[in-house]
Design a protein around this ligand. Structure first.
Ligand SMILES: Nc1ncnc2c1ncn2[C@@H]1O[C@H](COP(=O)(O)OP(=O)(O)O)[C@@H](O)[C@H]1O
Ligand SMILES: [Mg+2]
Length: 258
């Protein structure tokens, strides 16, 4: 089976006042269809850059990028991308923001709005559908952005620190909602969606993902690539499990924190 995501020999450099800065150099990554992969790494190492390359929004200086076997270079729209800053449209209501990806993809507007209302309710913010983004807290806005990304029909989801603005309790709730929504989906080909999640939170990575990739400082190299084989659904108490604690330590060591 071909990979859902394939990055090969990617180079991205930026011009800065101090000269050219290389963020990615010969970077390779291959992700299997239907898997949930988390990426953790130091701030500024190139995580958001990787997602923007996959989203078709940033052309690398060299290398190849494929999503479902199709080149994503100069071709946005193969993935549903949730940027690090929520990017809600201020002139659309919350519900209209949530349904945007589905509407752009051509889904009937009434159906898209109904789906949006349903998922907003599942995310605990069903009552704010007809409000404006500016009336919402940061955590609520972030949930709307998660809803919008989930409602896009793309087979690959790119989530860039999607829960950063949530308090710890809401964060855990939204994490398990995300897991449930992904589990309850039945794609036409019987395949789950592929998810690439960027996070600072090592526990979040280990609770949600089947594979955790740890990156070095820029230019980002993969310094650890761990298989996380706990079954789903995963309970909160997993964080106290001996194997979980070992994996957590392994990630922290790869990050150079422990
Ligand atoms: N548009 C840009 N112009 C110049 N430098 C950029 C731009 N976008 C990102 N960078 C630089 O590239 C590096 C990696 O950025 P990014 O991928 O956002 O890191 P991360 O998401 O891992 O924190 C950072 O040093 C950042 O300053
Ligand atoms: Mg980032």
């Amino acid at each position: 089976m071909s990979a859902a995501i394939e990055l090969g020999d990617i180079t991205v450099t930026w011009d800065s006042p101090k000269g050219a800065m290389t963020v990615l150099e010969g970077f390779d990554l291959s992700v299997e269809p239907g898997s949930f992969v988390a990426i953790v790494g130091p701030s500024g190492c190139g995580k958001s850059t990787i997602l923007r390359v996959l989203a078709g929004l940033l052309e690398p200086q060299s290398g190849h990028v494929e999503v479902g076997g199709i080149s994503a270079i100069g071709r946005p729209g193969l993935c549903a991308w949730m940027p690090q800053h929520d990017a809600l449209l201020p002139w659309r209501t919350v519900e209209a923001n949530a349904s945007l990806g589905a509407e752009v993809a051509g889904l009937d507007k009434a159906v898209a709005r109904r789906n949006a209302a349903e998922i907003l309710a599942r995310l605990g913010i069903g009552e704010v559908g007809d409000r404006w983004p500016s009336e919402l807290s940061g955590g609520m806005r972030q949930r709307v952005a998660v809803a919008r990304t989930l409602l896009s029909p793309a087979p690959v989801l790119l989530l860039d620190e999607p829960f950063g603005a949530l308090d710890a309790l809401t964060r855990r709730e939204v994490q398990s909602w995300l897991q449930q929504v992904l589990d309850s989906e039945t794609a036409p080909d019987g395949q789950n969606r592929t998810v690439l999640l960027v996070t600072h939170d090592v526990e979040e990575a280990l609770l949600l993902a089947e594979r955790v990739i740890v990156l070095s400082n820029a230019p980002a190299r993969i310094v650890a690539d761990l298989h996380v084989d706990f079954p789903f659904p995963r309970a909160n108490s997993l964080v106290a499990d001996k194997r979980f604690v070992e994996l957590r330590l392994e990630v922290l060591q790869a990050l150079g924190i422990e």
